[in-house]
Design a protein around this ligand. Structure first.
Ligand SMILES: Cc1ncc(COP(=O)(O)O)c(C=O)c1O
Length: 385
């Protein structure tokens, strides 16, 4: 093996010496509005033109009248659950493979997370298991679209309607995605977005709840309103989101095309594969692309060792979520059946951070090159651990 090919984790030159592209990316429109705000003092005001403008742009984008901007995706999930009337001792069903804060929100309400498994080979909630998990205490279903895949919303909607249960549809990872012909979030009784610092639309922090049911948003708003708004989105945040929202559809299109390229490239790479392609009528968002990892194909390197070696090569590849049942005390949640598939995802899933998907397709070739280099040197990487 030539020394020039030595992986970065063993002291070689990284395949991508510049490292992952920065996020948020430099944006002249954002720079312009920040300068304007610095000059006229609007950055420091409680109220101004930007939050109303963002509200109206979002109403148009989502074709949804009722919405509430707030301080984070985590706050949005809590507000939406409150808007649906979830309270102490109620049960909320969600997938065991989900964002930790979602279970945290349920617990913050004094309610009980009921954890169900995901479908084999995916991170999508298993609708059949959701139905089996329903009890007299069930008050809502929380479903997230994760890692470039979507949940089966028509099926979930049908069963939720049969049981008269509201759905909270978490689209924090995919603003602007299409799920079985609808905007992500609109199959649910409420949908949520995050404007966190790593997200596709970023204001450092921030969130959104939207619903076609005025009463849900009204209850969330009343809870948030204490004579002063408890979890507001600021003028400054709204101002930097406006130009990004204007370009969201175009950027989602590019990310989607690059994700397709990556899917094709990985078909030739032993031991790495994207989560299954979404059904027709779906155009998922690509915040963190989910990639299955097989340690045997990489000489027994663990998933975490492989991710660390890829990061050293200059790619933002990380382990996926830890299943919720491993993070929450058994006394505080209910495990509805085996969580084997979520456990597998917790052990074997990698996620690739999105900024590389806005770069040229060559970067994805380099990603594959880095993976092959690590495979070639896996024995030595293991010896050096
Ligand atoms: C699926 C999902 N829901 C909710 C959130 C919470 O968003 P925030 O970080 O804005 O609180 C995240 C954040 O990564 C997420 O991935």
């Amino acid at each position: 093996m030539s020394q020039s090919g030595r992986p970065a984790v063993l002291g070689g030159q990284p395949v991508q010496p510049a490292g992952p592209p920065p996020w948020p990316a430099a944006d002249p429109e954002v720079a312009r509005v920040l300068q304007q705000m610095a000059a006229d003092g609007s950055w420091g005001r409680y109220h101004g033109e930007f939050v109303p403008a963002l509200t109206s742009q979002l109403q148009q984008f989502l074709d949804c009248e009722h919405l509430l901007l707030c301080s984070s995706g985590t706050a949005a999930v809590e507000l939406a659950l409150r808007g649906m009337g979830v309270g102490a001792d109620d049960e909320v069903i969600l997938a065991d493979y989900d964002f930790r804060g979602n279970a945290g929100d349920i617990l913050a309400l004094g309610a009980v997370p009921v954890l169900v498994d995901v479908l084999p080979g995916t991170v999508a909630i298993d609708c059949a298991l959701v139905e089996l998990a329903i009890s007299p205490a069930t008050r809502a279903i929380l479903v997230s679209h994760l890692h470039g895949s979507v949940a089966d919303m028509p099926r979930l909607r049908e069963l939720a309607d049969r049981h008269s249960l509201p759905i909270l549809e978490d689209a924090c990872q995919m603003p602007g995605a299409t799920v079985y012909g609808r905007q992500a979030g609109l199959w649910g009784d409420a949908g949520v977005w995050s404007f966190g610092g790593s997200k596709l639309l970023s204001a450092g922090r921030g969130g959104l709840v939207y619903s076609s049911d005025a009463a849900i948003i009204q209850r969330a708003r009343l809870y948030n309103q204490r004579g002063n708004e408890a979890s507001p989105l600021s003028e400054l945040q709204a101002a930097v989101l406006l130009p990004q929202l204007a370009r969201l559809a175009e950027r989602n299109g590019l990310r989607s095309s690059r994700a397709g390229t990556l899917r094709g490239l990985l078909q030739e790479v032993d031991g790495l594969s994207l989560l299954p392609k979404a059904d027709s009528g779906c155009e998922p968002g690509w915040y963190k692309t989910g990639i299955w990892y097989e340690p045997e194909a990489f000489g027994g390197l663990s998933r975490n060792q492989f991710a660390a070696a890829m990061r050293a090569e200059g790619f933002a590849l990380d382990p996926g979520f830890t299943p919720l049942h491993r993070q929450i005390s058994r006394r505080r949640c209910r495990l509805a059946g085996s969580l084997e598939q979520a456990e597998r995802a917790g052990n074997q899933l990698l996620v690739l951070h999105h900024p590389v998907l806005l770069e040229s397709a060559d970067q994805l070739q380099l990603f594959v090159q880095a993976a092959e280099r690590i495979r070639q040197w896996s024995a030595e990487i293991l010896r050096n651990e």
